[in-house]
Design a protein around this ligand. Sequence first.
Ligand code: ZN
Length: 394
Amino acid sequence: MPPIEVLGKNTKAIELLKKLVGFDTTSYNSNLNLINFIKSYLASYNIESTLIYDESGKKANLYATIGRKDVGGVMLSGHTDVVPVEGQEWNSDPFSLKESDGNLYGRGSADMKGFIALVLSRIPEMVSIELTQPIHLAFSYDEEIGCVGVQRMLDLLEHQPIKPSCCIIGEPTSMEVVIGHKGKHASRVKVKGHACHSGQAPFGVNAVDFASELIVYIRKLAREKAQNGPFDMDYEVPYSTLHTGVVKGGTALNIVPNFCQFDFEIRHLYEEDPQHLLDKIETYAKEDLESEMHLIDPETGFSFETLAKYPGLLTAPGIEFVAYIKELLNNDTHSKVIFGTEGGLFQKRLGIPTLVCGPGNIDQAHKANEFISLVQLQKGGSFLDRLIMSLSVP
Ligand SMILES: [Zn+2]
């Protein structure tokens, strides 16, 4: 049995999680109710928050520092948005936390309001203890649509005279230390064709056909990556991948379609710059395919748009920060994961050592009946307790 005091703190974490899950912060919604709740919660402990809004003013990042401002300290980072529940069959209301069989069910419970709730539950300790190194809270919006929101927070942090010394992203890793993940580049391709009656097909430019040729080319590049690498054997899929996920085009079978659109993504190793793959794809479209399309109609062709992108994360396993966190966790192992986080951006833009470590399992994220187990919550809580203690030692 953990000491009563620890149970008490985790009861507070569960109460806070209940509150956080109750805010429907699906990425297409405003997150301001949640952010204002956290802001006033922090204010009740005399902690000032900085809100960094998006252009619409309907979403915001929250940044706050607990403790001194003249030294680096540890940044605890999490995103406040969640993925949609539409089309999923939930056994209970996804926005009302439900406890059953030692698990807490609700959208965002694992990814990643559980971590945020734990961090908030430890605020009383953070303010009552004398921290020799500060703790920074960095809570973002629009992570789930491609790490979009955090960029504005980084614009601010980048120019601070004293930056945090290191960063922990509390994404669900079952409290394992994660030192790396791949980067991602998501693109939308629009193909403008030339419509005509399908009986006159050769007089038109079939947008679906030309889109398909480019999709097949992307598939060919994917095969080449699988065969020739580069490789990082720490990953389940040890090479960069390319994949087309959505295709839309055509209106009727007897019309040569004048429009087609598809989305593809590259999930690349940290050491691989996706730009050379994007260049190849664009060159093939512009030079090989468009030259054929323009024989019929020079107005036809391809256009490319970046939907989202974030860099990969790779933290050297041998550095002091990794050893320090492993010691707090009493676990000497580390790994790399298949999912992306904001970690690569923190590492790249602030130049600070970053790792991913948080309660809950990614297997339960993004699905119906998402949950975090009480065991994971407890593990995450004890980690934070040890972290806070370690930051109070001179
Ligand atoms: Zn997440």
